[in-house]
Write a protein that binds this ligand. Structure first.
Ligand SMILES: [Zn+2]
Length: 263
């Protein structure tokens, strides 16, 4: 059986196991990969993705990441590079990430030759395979990976709090407080909400990035950093409402209600 999981958030996900298969449209998954790698590599608290890691990852030149792309298919040379990179012994507590794009292009021979790596990754090595469809990946590879499927955010989450903090964000504190009061929100449900809202702003970042809209990108990035901070530091018992008030207050500062028109 494949271990199909719905991605919670990429930060927890990428640290949960060394071998992953991420399914989705190439653009969407690529942006998830960059963000996830940034989150595990960057140690700046609430980093707004202006750091050196962000640049190195965007240029695919990070010293702790190998980005592997097929020319048309994966050749023996590609696989040799992968094996060579993974043969180096890493320093203690160091992590190295191998991103294998278009894993659907791994032919039978190439796939077989990396099975062992995926099965028993050398200490510190992590693999993210990226593909458009999971059926196109050999079952032997699939069974080694934690599989996550990424879909562009749609308004599938019709929950009032999610809407209030995503597509229908107005910055109106009264309306927000009424929504919050109706929910009787606790620490556990807060985590699910955080994930939904985070994935929404993450997809907004990607759209702004693709449109070279620097102003929007900056404010969406702030929203993502804020949400990510709370995902990494979940509310302690009894503090869920306070956390949401804080998040709302901060989001109101950098997301102008005018964004509504573009949401
Ligand atoms: Zn950073």
């Amino acid at each position: 059986m494949d271990n199909i999981t719905q991605p919670l958030n990429t930060y927890n996900l990428i640290s949960s196991a060394p071998t992953h298969l991420w399914i989705g449209s190439p653009e969407l998954v690529h942006s998830q990969v960059l963000r996830a790698l940034h989150n595990v590599l960057c140690t700046i608290v609430q980093c707004q993705q202006t750091c050196v890691h962000t640049h190195q990852l965007a240029n695919e030149q990070h010293p702790y990441v190998l980005f592997l792309r097929p020319t048309r298919t994966y050749t023996r040379e590609h696989i040799e590079i992968l094996h060579k990179v993974c043969s180096y012994k890493l320093e203690e507590n160091t992590k190295f990430y191998c991103v294998i794009y278009q894993a659907d292009a791994l032919g039978h021979a190439a796939a077989s030759s990396i099975l062992k790596l995926l099965e028993e990754p050398p200490v510190g090595y992590n693999f993210i395979l990226v593909a458009q469809r999971s059926e196109s990946i050999l079952p032997t590879i699939r069974s080694r990976c934690i599989i996550s499927t990424y879909q562009a955010y749609t308004t599938h989450c019709s929950d009032a709090l999610c809407l209030n903090m995503s597509t229908q964000f107005t910055g109106d504190p009264l309306q927000f407080m009424q929504t919050l009061e109706k929910l009787e929100i606790d620490e556990i449900s807060s985590l699910t909400y955080l994930d939904h809202i985070f994935s929404f702003w993450q997809s907004k970042c990607m759209t702004a990035y693709n449109n070279s809209d620097q102003v929007a990108l900056k404010s969406y990035n702030l929203a993502c950093s804020l949400l990510l901070f709370h995902i990494k530091n979940p509310p302690v018992p009894g503090s869920a409402v306070l956390m949401w008030k804080n998040i709302f207050l901060h989001m109101s500062l950098f997301l102008k209600p005018a964004n509504q028109a573009t949401v």
